[in-house]
Design a protein around this ligand. Structure first.
Ligand code: KIV
Ligand code: NA
Length: 275
C-alpha cells in the first residue's frame, strides 16, 4: 500500500498519482483491482449515492458508514475521507473529535478538508495529532452557496495569486497533498510548481501531479450529465436498466425461472410426502 511519503516521492519522480472515489464495498474492490493509488471517500456520495442535490446534507455518520464498507472492499489501498460540511469549522477541538472518529472507527488513513484561511489551523492541528490531511482548493463544493454555483475558480490574476498563497499555507500547515478542483490549467501548473507536496487535479488540466475523478462519472453509472472535465470510459447505465427490464419481462412472461434456476425433490421423497 502506498502512503503519504510515497506520494511525495511520486511527485519528485514525475510519476502521476491516480485517485478515484469509492463509496461502498463493490466500488472499493473495483478501485483496488483497477490499480488506483488512493481511494477518496468523497462527500460527493451525498449526490451520486444518496441523491441530495449538494454535499451540504452529508454527515459524519454518513461518511463513517460508507467508509467502513470501502475499507472492507479495499484493505490494501490508502483511503482518504472527506470531512463533511461544518464539521471542521467550529473549533480545533471539534475538528479533532470528528476526524478522530472518522479515522478510528473506519480504519481510513487520512481526511480531506476544503479551503484555506480559518481551515489552516485545523490542518496543522490534525497533522500534529497524527492524522494526515489532504487539502482541497479551487472549487470547494461545500461553499457552493458563497461561490454562487459550481464555477471555474481563479480565473483572474488576483484570485489566482490568492490560490497560490493558499496552497503554500496548506503545505506549511502539514498537508500531504492538495486536491485542486476546476481551475485554469495555467494556474494549476503554477500551483504544482509552487509547492513540494503533490497537487491532484480535477478539472485542473494535465500539468499537475495526479488526477481524481468520481467513480460514477467515469463509469456513467446513475449519472445523467457529467461536467466538462470528466472523461467517461463507459456508460454502464443502459446495460443496467436493460438488465432490469429483461428480468421484469421474464417474470411477467413466465420465462423465469427456468429449470436450471430451480431446485427439485427426489421422486421417493415425493411418494413419502404424498403417500
Ligand atoms: O467529494 C468528492 O468526490 C471530491 C472530489 C471530486 C475531489 O471531493
Ligand atoms: Na468532496
Amino acid at each position: 500500500m502506498k502512503q503519504t511519503t510515497d506520494f511525495l516521492k511520486m511527485k519528485e519522480k514525475n510519476e502521476k498519482i491516480v485517485m478515484l472515489t469509492a463509496y461502498d464495498y463493490p466500488s472499493a474492490k473495483q478501485a483496488e483491482q483497477g490499480g488506483v493509488d488512493v481511494i477518496l471517500v468523497g462527500d460527493s456520495l451525498g449526490m451520486v449515492v444518496l441523491g441530495y442535490d449538494s454535499t451540504i446534507p452529508v454527515t459524519v455518520e454518513d461518511m463513517i458508514h460508507h467508509t467502513k464498507a470501502v475499507k472492507r472492499g479495499a484493505k490494501d489501498t490508502f483511503i482518504v475521507v472527506d470531512m463533511p460540511f461544518l464539521t471542521y469549522h467550529l473549533s480545533v477541538r471539534d475538528t479533532l473529535i470528528n476526524a478522530g472518529r472518522i479515522i478510528q472507527e473506519t480504519g481510513a488513513h487520512a481526511v480531506k478538508l476544503e479551503g484555506a484561511d480559518e481551515v489552516i489551523e485545523k490542518i496543522s492541528a490534525l497533522t500534529k495529532a497524527g492524522i494526515p490531511v489532504c487539502a482541497h482548493l479551487g472549487l470547494t463544493p461545500q461553499s457552493v452557496g458563497v461561490l454562487g454555483g459550481y464555477k471555474v475558480q481563479g480565473k483572474d490574476a488576483h484570485a489566482a495569486k490568492k490560490l497560490i498563497e493558499d496552497a503554500k499555507e496548506c503545505e506549511k500547515a502539514g498537508a500531504f497533498a492538495v486536491v485542486l478542483e476546476c481551475v485554469p490549467k495555467q494556474l494549476a501548473e503554477e500551483v504544482a510548481k509552487s509547492i513540494s507536496i503533490p497537487v491532484i487535479g480535477i478539472g485542473a488540466g494535465i500539468n499537475v501531479d495526479g488526477q481524481v475523478l468520481v467513480y460514477h462519472d467515469i463509469l456513467g453509472y446513475g449519472v445523467e450529465r457529467v461536467p466538462k472535465f470528466v472523461k467517461q470510459y463507459h456508460a454502464v447505465n443502459p446495460f443496467m436498466i436493460e438488465s432490469i427490464q429483461a428480468y421484469a419481462a421474464d417474470v411477467k412472461n413466465n420465462q423465469f425461472p427456468e429449470d436450471k434456476h430451480t431446485f427439485t425433490m427426489k421422486e421417493e421423497e415425493l411418494k413419502v410426502l404424498y403417500g
